[in-house]
Design a binder for this molecule. Structure first.
Ligand code: TYC
Length: 102
């Protein structure tokens, strides 16, 4: 049961001091050996990107050297990086995946 004071005292508005958690972009880097179809497969499998968009991103990485796969909170971004690198190594491809704060 609230006391009289608890039930009648109004709280002062408190200014919101909590910052939203930082976001990280997960990126693929180009190399000369990973097959294009493998990169498209990675973008579909780990980032939920459809075939057409995955092909566009893969070609951007191929021609410009780097491309963004997605933007996530830190823990999710680092898990994606680990999953992609593990998967690439299992298939003996040198594909590199990194993350950077937005
Ligand atoms: N450059 C690679 C090739 O010609 C294709 C490739 C694209 C590799 C994107 C990595 O992140 C990458 N087979």
């Amino acid at each position: 049961m609230p006391t009289k004071r608890e039930s009648t005292t109004l709280l002062e508005p408190v200014s919101a001091k909590v910052k939203p958690p930082p976001l990280y972009k997960v990126m693929l880097l180009n190399d000369d050996y990973t097959p294009m179809e493998f990169v498209v497969h990675v973008l579909k499998k780990f980032f939920g990107i459809d075939e057409e968009r995955a092909t566009q991103i893969m070609l951007k990485v191929h021609t410009e050297g780097v491309g963004v796969c997605g933007i996530y909170p830190k823990d999710i971004a680092s898990t994606k990086v680990e999953q992609v690198v593990d998967f690439a190594r299992q298939h003996q491809h040198p594909l590199q995946c990194t993350m950077e704060e937005v």
